[in-house]
Design a protein around this ligand. Structure first.
Ligand SMILES: Nc1ncnc2c1ncn2[C@@H]1O[C@H](COP(=O)(O)OP(=O)(O)OP(=O)(O)O)[C@@H](O)[C@H]1O
Ligand SMILES: [Mg+2]
Length: 372
């Protein structure tokens, strides 16, 4: 096993375009770290740099206590699983899993033992003699994982390995992979743009964004446990990216005495955690963040609030156990949550909902950072 350290890591594919800038954080020994971020933000690039499949333009990359910037991929003791895993169609499942070990000329009984163990943990025992074409998508995916596991590497790198699977299988494999990682305790970096995967699988999450052309801006927006990231987003990007439906972000103002947030005529008391910060922002603009689960009908919510808002319903999204309601409030669309009813209001109807004001987040519109 091994830790991974990214130290001011940078990557340019061409001299003009910086894809990764100033990326610094540690991945601990045995940790399951998830990289999440929008398409094109550089997740795969960082993973491929760790694997040694892309060069490092600047900074230092270490595995364990060894700087590996110039170490050949095959000497990094890493196994990588991609979204498009190519199995050898003419080989059985057994041989597909064993192939890498056979090339490295491990003794046949050692190979057999390792393949058997992997097949056990992946539930592939019944399929070892089959060819890939006689397997379902999920079974094939597990063969690709088996191939990585038998190598018993120090680090697993996964690049969206579940994105080819249907929804049900994804949920199943998500749990299987988490379980497997808990058993093996192998340091794992897992790339996804699916935030449910990120929230449910990661010990910690690194939220990345495109770094753009500003030389002061890094790709890293926040790194922390799933709940740290969800409950305390340190900046507007993370706040808006993590969570479905997404957090409502509204332009508001701090009152002149610093005690309230003002959104048009609505007065929302500043919560304890922002008390000090709001005093420094008296009379200034802020971005008010509130998650949809903190906006609900008075007779349905489990919090007490004197703050209600009234808007006009635009769209209702019934999800079975709940209904996401999008309504118009002072020119912005705001999302809240209702319990499912037999008779729901309809688009065009007015709706009055309560806000859980102590769950509000406040951000500086200029720096885009959480007020602190
Ligand atoms: N070989 C390359 N040459 C030039 N630019 C590249 C190369 N590979 C990737 N890029 C660019 O680098 C940026 C980051 O790409 P990367 O594949 O790392 O993104 P990603 O976060 O994995 O996206 P996705 O979620 O779509 O897989 C993109 O803008 C991409 O166009
Ligand atoms: Mg990618």
């Amino acid at each position: 096993m091994a830790s991974i350290t990214l130290n001011h890591l940078g990557k340019n594919y061409t001299p003009e375009v910086t894809v990764i800038r100033d990326l610094s954080f540690d991945i601990k020994d045995g940790e399951f770290m998830v990289f999440v971020g929008p398409s094109g933000c550089g997740k795969s690039t960082v993973l491929r740099m760790i694997a040694g499949l892309e060069t490092v333009t600047s900074g230092k990359l270490s595995i364990g206590d060894k700087v590996v910037n110039d170490v050949h991929p095959k000497d990094r003791d890493i196994a990588m699983v991609f979204q498009s895993y190519a199995l050898y169609p003419h080989m059985t499942v057994y041989d597909n899993i064993a192939f890498g070990l056979q090339i490295r000329k491990l003794p046949e009984d050692e190979i057999k033992k390792r393949v058997q163990e992997a097949a056990d943990s992946l539930g592939l025992n019944a399929y070892l003699d089959r060819k890939p074409k006689a397997l379902s998508g999920g079974q094939r995916q597990r063969v690709a994982l088996g191939r990585a596991i038998v190598r018993n590497p120090s680090v697993f790198l996964f690049d969206e390995p579940l994105s080819n699977l249907d929804a049900e299988l994804r949920v199943h494999m998500r749990a299987e992979l988490s379980k497997l990682q808990r058993q093996l305790k192998t340091t794992t970096v897992y790339v996804t743009h699916d935030q449910v995967e990120a929230m449910t699988m990661g010990h910690r999450i690194a939220v990345l964004k495109p770094c753009g052309s500003d030389p002061k801006v890094s790709n890293l927006t926040q790194v922390g446990t799933p709940m740290e990231i969800y409950d305390t987003p340190t900046n507007l990007f993370t706040a808006g990216f993590m969570g479905t439906p997404r957090m409502n972000l509204l332009k508001a103002k701090i009152s002149d005495d610093g005690h309230d947030v003002l959104y048009f005529g609505i007065r929302l008391p500043v919560s304890k955690q922002f008390e000090q910060a709001a005093l420094k922002f008296k009379g200034r603009e802020v971005v008010l963040g509130i998650r949809p689960e903190h906006i609900g009908a008075a007779n349905e919510v489990d919090w007490k609030s004197d703050t209600s808002i009234t808007g006009v319903i635009e769209i209702l999204e019934p999800l079975g156990h709940e209904v996401v309601v999008h309504f118009e409030l002072q020119g912005s669309t705001v999302s809240g949550r209702l319990r499912s009813h037999l008779s729901l209001p309809r688009p065009g109807d007015p709706i009055t909902l309560q806000i859980k004001t102590e769950a509000m987040h406040l951000f500086d519109p200029v720096t885009e950072l959480r007020l602190s």
